[in-house]
Design a protein. Structure first.
Length: 462
C-alpha cells in the first residue's frame, strides 16, 4: 500500500523557546480561614455553579470574529507546548534541592477555559482562568498598574463592603484595617514572564442560583493583584487555582469541584460549567489521584482503539523513582501529550484504520503533529472510539471530535503530541482539555478521587 506523502507547508510560525523563571511567594503568617458553606436550612446544599467560557468563545468579551480556525489551533498548539514545558519545569524544580521553582505556579497564556466569578458586595463579575494546577485565586484590583486590558469592571476593594485586608499581625477583630506595611504580600510569576503581585485579602464570593437568588460564600482568601505584567492581551482578570494547596479555591470551598466541558469547537456553547463545593457532580467512574507538586496525577493503564487494546507496557505511564513520568490531568493544556513511543504506536494504528485513502500532511512548524487531508465530520464517520484506561476501571472515551482537530477546512490532525515536542524527555504525560470534552470531571480532594462521567453538559445545567 503506497501512502502518498505530500508535504504541505501550512504554518510558518516562528516559535520562540520558552524560558522559565517562576516563583510564588506569599507572606502570610496568619492561619488560613476556611470558608464555611452557609448553614442551609435544608440538608441539600445549593449548588455553587459558574459558567465556563473558553477564550475563543463568542461569549468572551474579546471574541475576534475574523480569527480563523487555523489561527485558533496554532494558538492551541503553541500554548499547549508552553504549558507542558512549564509543568515539566515545575517537576524538575522540585527534584533539584533548594530550587526556588519548587513553588511554581502554571503558565496562564494561550487558549484556556475561564470561570465567571462574582467578587465582593456589590458583586463584581470577574473572568478568571480555571487552573487545576494552580494554588491561588487572584484577580486584578483597583488601583492597578497595567490592568488597562482587564475585562468588564475592574474589582475595586474600596467599593466593596465585604473586603478585608489580610494582615501579618493578626487583627483583634474582623474588619480592622492593617497598616500598609503590615499587609500580607503575594507575588506570582509565570512561565512567559508575566506576573502579578499585590496583597492577600478576604472577600465574599457570590453565586447565582437557578431561582434567581444568590449564595454568598464569605471569607475567601485571595490575592488582590495591583501590579500586573504581561506581554500580550491576557484575556482574563485573574487565575482560579483549583489544586489541593490550602489556599486554592477547591480547598477553601468544600474540597470538591466538578467541571463539564462540552465541545470546544462549538464557539457558542453556553453549557460548560464549574461547580464548587458540596454540590459538585461526583458521578461516573472513579479513579484515584495523587496530588504531587500541586498537580493531579492519575494512574493510566492503557489505550484502546475500538475493541483493540494497544500493546503498551504497563510501566510506561508510571511515576518513576526520580519523580519523572506519570500522567497529569490538566485544564491548562488544550492538546494531550503522551510518551513518544505511545504516541507513535497510536498513530500507527490510526494510519492502519485510515488506510491509503487519506494523504499525509506534514506541518513544517510542528513535524510531530500527525495530519491528513480530510474533514473529520464528513470523512471519519464510523472511526472507532479511542479509550484511555485508568486504574479502578475508569475510562475516558475520545470520539473523533476529541481525538482529532480540524486544522483547516481540508486538513485534520491527531490532537495528541509526543512529550518530546516540548523539548524535554521526562515522559510525564498530560491529558488536556480536548480529551476531556463531552465529560463531567469531578474531584474529591478528601478521598483523592477523580470521576469521569460521559454526559451532555446541557443535562447538568439549570
Ligand atoms: C515575611 O514577613 C516577615 C515578618 O514580617 C519578614 O521578616 C520577611 O522578610 C517577609 N518575607 C517576605 C518574602 O516578604
Ligand atoms: C450552623 O449549623 C450548626 C450545626 O447544625 C450550628 O451549630 C450552628 O449554630 C449553625 N450556624 C448558624 C449561623 O446558623
Ligand atoms: C482578529 O484576528 C485577525 C485575524 O487573525 C487579526 O488580524 C486581528 O488583528 C485580530 N483583532 C484583534 C482585535 O485582535
Ligand atoms: C458574568 O456574570 C455576570 C453576572 O451574572 C453577567 O452579567 C456577565 O455577563 C457574565 N460575563 C460573561 C462574560 O459571561
Ligand atoms: C524571562 O525573563 C528571563 C530573565 O529576564 C529571560 O532570561 C527569559 O528569556 C524571559 N523569558 C521569556 C519567555 O521571555
Ligand atoms: C528531564 O529532561 C531533561 C532534559 O532532557 C534532563 O536534563 C533531566 O535530567 C530530566 N530529568 C529527569 C528526572 O529525568
Amino acid at each position: 500500500m503506497a501512502l502518498v506523502h505530500e508535504t504541505l507547508i501550512l504554518l510558518l510560525l516562528t516559535f520562540s523557546t520558552w524560558c522559565f523563571s517562576t516563583s510564588i511567594s506569599t507572606n502570610s503568617s496568619t492561619t488560613t480561614s476556611l470558608a464555611k458553606l452557609p448553614n442551609a436550612t435544608t440538608a441539600k446544599p445549593k449548588r455553587l455553579v459558574t459558567k465556563l467560557i473558553h477564550q475563543r468563545s463568542v461569549h468572551h468579551p474579546h471574541y475576534n470574529q475574523s480569527e480563523t480556525a487555523k489561527e485558533r489551533i496554532e494558538l492551541d498548539i503553541q500554548h499547549s507546548i508552553a504549558r507542558v514545558t512549564y509543568l515539566h519545569a515545575r517537576i524538575e524544580g522540585t527534584m533539584a534541592a533548594n530550587d526556588h521553582r519548587t513553588q511554581l505556579s502554571p503558565s496562564s497564556s494561550g487558549r484556556t477555559i475561564m470561570a465567571n466569578i462574582s467578587v465582593g458586595q456589590p458583586p463584581t463579575p470577574q473572568l478568571v482562568v480555571m487552573d487545576t494546577a494552580s494554588e491561588i485565586f487572584w484577580i486584578m484590583c483597583n488601583p492597578c498598574s497595567n490592568c488597562d486590558q482587564h475585562l468588564g469592571q475592574l474589582f475595586d476593594p474600596s467599593k466593596s463592603s465585604t473586603y478585608t485586608q489580610l494582615c501579618r499581625t493578626p487583627c483583634g477583630f474582623r474588619g480592622c484595617n492593617c497598616h500598609p506595611l503590615d499587609r500580607s504580600p503575594f507575588s506570582i510569576t509565570y512561565a512567559d514572564n508575566s506576573s502579578a503581585s499585590g496583597t492577600l485579602a478576604y472577600e465574599t464570593l457570590v453565586f447565582e442560583t437557578s431561582d434567581e437568588g444568590s449564595i454568598q460564600i464569605p471569607n475567601i482568601e485571595f490575592g488582590c493583584g495591583r501590579d500586573i505584567v504581561y506581554n500580550n492581551d491576557p484575556g482574563y482578570n485573574g487565575i482560579l487555582g483549583l489544586n489541593n494547596a490550602p489556599m486554592s479555591l477547591a480547598s477553601q470551598i468544600g474540597h470538591k469541584f466538578s467541571y463539564c466541558i462540552g465541545s470546544l469547537a462549538d464557539k457558542s456553547s453556553n453549557y460548560n460549567q464549574l461547580i464548587l463545593g458540596e454540590g459538585a457532580d461526583l458521578e461516573g467512574y472513579p479513579t484515584h489521584f495523587q496530588a504531587l507538586r500541586g498537580m493531579y496525577y492519575i494512574t493510566m493503564e492503557g489505550i484502546s482503539i475500538g475493541e483493540r487494546r494497544l500493546d503498551i507496557a504497563p510501566a510506561t505511564f508510571e511515576i518513576k523513582e526520580n519523580g519523572a513520568g506519570g500522567v497529569i490531568i490538566d485544564t491548562g493544556s488544550t492538546l494531550t501529550y503522551l510518551p513518544d513511543d505511545v504516541q507513535n504506536l497510536l498513530y500507527k494504528e490510526v494510519r492502519n484504520i485510515l488506510g491509503g485513502s487519506f494523504r499525509k500532511v506534514i506541518i513544517e512548524t510542528y513535524p510531530w503533529l500527525y495530519c491528513h487531508l480530510g474533514v473529520v465530520s464528513r470523512d471519519l464517520v464510523g472511526f472507532p472510539v479511542v479509550t484511555f484506561h485508568f486504574a479502578q476501571g475508569a475510562d475516558l472515551a475520545l470520539d473523533t471530535g476529541s481525538f482529532f482537530e480540524q486544522l483547516t477546512d481540508s486538513v485534520f490532525c491527531m490532537a495528541i503530541g509526543p512529550v518530546s515536542a516540548t523539548g524535554l524527555d521526562n515522559r510525564s504525560s498530560v491529558i488536556g482539555l480536548l480529551a476531556q470534552q463531552s465529560y463531567n470531571v469531578g474531584y474529591d480532594l478528601v478521598n483523592q478521587i477523580v470521576y469521569f462521567q460521559r454526559i451532555d453538559c446541557q443535562l447538568l445545567s439549570g
